[in-house]
Design a protein around this ligand. Structure first.
Ligand SMILES: Cc1cc2nc3c(=O)[nH]c(=O)nc-3n(C[C@H](O)[C@H](O)[C@H](O)COP(=O)(O)OP(=O)(O)OC[C@H]3O[C@@H](n4cnc5c(N)ncnc54)[C@H](O)[C@@H]3O)c2cc1C
Ligand code: FES
Ligand code: FES
Length: 484
């Protein structure tokens, strides 16, 4: 099958896998995991769940960012070959040296492996941590393995191994992570040659991947499509949006923030604009899936998949974000609050792509809080989630946006509750009245994530949590026994 570029010439997928330059005419929707195992016969990358949940298939993907090679972890079971075109991929085989590498040695020393099935994934994630510029802190190293699950060892020994890796990076100073890791013999030497080799490869890519038909499938990171349409994606005609430069970047224009649609959750968490305007960003970010998923999941993908419990949809509904759609040269803007018409039914034509998302940055008198309850802390979608945004003048609410997920067929903006708060002074009585009102605006159903009553109770509690976090002067505890 051919992959046609703008000039209709055959474009092969090209990337570097460990030390080896790859050139393949396989469909670009082929999964990286299958390519590594079944076409390169490297069996260290394991197949666990094929749904991004277990981390057994973890790889590192490197690409240039501000002229430096930058590596991130990714689940190869959800990554299309087209999304690694022109990049460096490191699988577990690419981390082997004559002796054990730093992460392998730490896992061995701490007896952090038993059956060994999960071990390559943990080693890849910990080695990836050595290659990132993140501060070597306990919190960061544990986040690096937040997408890896072990069914038999018990996490304490793995956490100790992670601690050893982290400690080994403490004296890195300002040296580049790659140089430091190689100088200390933590990772294989061949990594020093990769930047020059990748640059040369990029210069010979012969154009960007283009879809073959007028009705391709739009692909961001693939963390939704490859779970939902696992069997068919391989052969689909795909428009790869993930690396399109005009869909990347998070910028501030006056008091407006514009987010390129293909920005990932990690891009958002690392964005200086977000860090400046959202002091609780890190806590919010940790609630969204796990690090390897955040590295590839795009903001537009979260909004367009229209999951009733999409975390970013809920966050941006509270902020009254605008969605900028594009179909060729035709552009239009839809407020996110009017995008969802019914279950998976959007005010968007199939051929329209999201170009960017924009919203007004909160001023110093504004506050936003996001809350989520799910069955486990990491790597899980919500049973119910909610965000509350308020613009304040002292303790008077000038304007409010309350949103909730998991309590209706779409991510819900709650217009009556939001309007009710506007113009009111913050008080316990206000919260009590709000708690009654929100119940009239939601219509949860009983499903695998909980009964209707449970979800109503969860939202009731999450809204109390909003008030407790945002208005510390209130004694929300006195409402603890206030039930539905
Ligand atoms: C293990 C795991 C954990 C997860 N945890 C969470 C979680 O905690 N919270 C949460 O909210 N979600 C979670 N998700 C869901 C998913 O990761 C997110 O919704 C993600 O943001 C989807 O983005 P993507 O780029 O991967 O989407 P894709 O799969 O690439 O695309 C999803 C949909 O959006 C469309 N699309 C993508 N980009 C555009 C565009 N620019 N214009 C038009 N259409 C577009 C695609 O055609 C497709 O219909 C999880 C998923 C997995 C696998
Ligand atoms: S196989 Fe489980 S995350 Fe990929
Ligand atoms: S060692 Fe068996 S799954 Fe982790």
């Amino acid at each position: 099958m051919s992959i046609l570029g703008a000039s209709n010439n055959l474009i092969l997928i090209r990337f570097i896998l460990n030390k080896k330059e790859i050139q393949t005419a396989l469909p670009p929707g082929t999964l990286l995991l299958d390519f590594i195992r079944y076409h390169q016969h490297q069996m260290g990358t394991k197949i666990g769940c094929r749904e991004g949940d277990c981390g057994a298939c973890s790889v590192l993907v490197g690409d240039f960012k501000n002229k430096n090679l930058h590596y991130q972890s990714a689940t190869s079971c959800l990554t299309a070959l087209g999304n690694v075109h022109g990049k460096h991929v490191i699988s577990i085989e690419g981390l082997n040296m004559a002796e054990l590498n730093l992460a392998q040695q730490a896992m061995k020393d701490e007896s952090a492996t038993q059956c060994g099935f999960c071990t390559p994934g943990f080693v890849v994630s910990l080695s990836g941590f050595c290659l990132t510029e993140q501060e070597p802190t306990e919190e960061n190293v544990l986040a690096a393995i937040s997408g890896n699950i072990c069914r038999c060892t018990g996490y304490k020994s793995i956490e100790k191994a992670a601690g050893t890796v982290c400690k080994s990076l403490e004296n890195r100073g300002n040296e580049s992570p790659i140089d430091f890791a190689i100088r200390k013999n933590y990772l294989p030497q061949y990594l020093t040659e990769i930047p020059a080799r990748l640059l040369a490869l990029k210069q010979n890519l012969n154009g960007a991947l283009q879809p073959k038909t007028a009705k391709p499938k739009f692909l961001g990171g693939g963390t939704d499509l490859y779970v939902q349409q696992h069997e068919t994606m391989h052969h689909e005609d795909i428009d790869f949006l993930f690396d399109q430069s005009d869909l990347k970047g998070i910028v501030q224009k006056g008091d407006i923030c514009e987010i390129g649609a293909a920005s990932t959750v990690t891009d958002m968490l690392e964005s200086p604009v977000f860090q400046a305007y959202f002091p609780n960003l890190k806590q919010i970010g940790k609630l969204v899936s796990s690090e390897p998923i955040r590295n590839i999941a795009t903001i537009a993908g979260n909004i367009i998949n229209a999951s009733p419990i999409g975390d970013l949809s809920i966050f941006f509904l509270a902020l009254d974000a605008k969605i900028h759609l594009k179909n060729g040269n035709e552009k239009r803007m839809v407020p996110l609050r009017s995008l969802y018409l019914g279950y998976k039914n959007l005010d968007r034509l199939p051929e329209e792509i999201v170009e960017k998302i924009s919203f007004k940055l909160p001023d110093e008198q504004s506050k936003i809080n996001f809350e989520k309850v799910c069955k486990r802390t990491h790597l899980d979608i919500a049973s119910v989630n909610s965000a509350l945004f308020v613009e304040l003048e002292e303790n008077k609410i000038l304007n409010a946006g309350l949103s909730a997920g998991g309590v209706g067929p779409v991510p819900l903006f709650l217009p009556k509750s939001s309007a009710f708060l506007s113009g009111k002074t913050v008080s316990i009585e206000l919260l009590e009245e709000l708690l009654e009102l929100i119940q009239t605006e939601i219509s949860p159903i009983s499903d695998v994530r909980g009964t209707e009553t449970y979800k109503r109770t969860l939202l009731h509690q999450l809204v109390k949590a909003h008030f407790s976090v945002m208005f510390k002067e209130l004694d929300v505890k006195q409402l603890m026994n206030l039930s539905l």
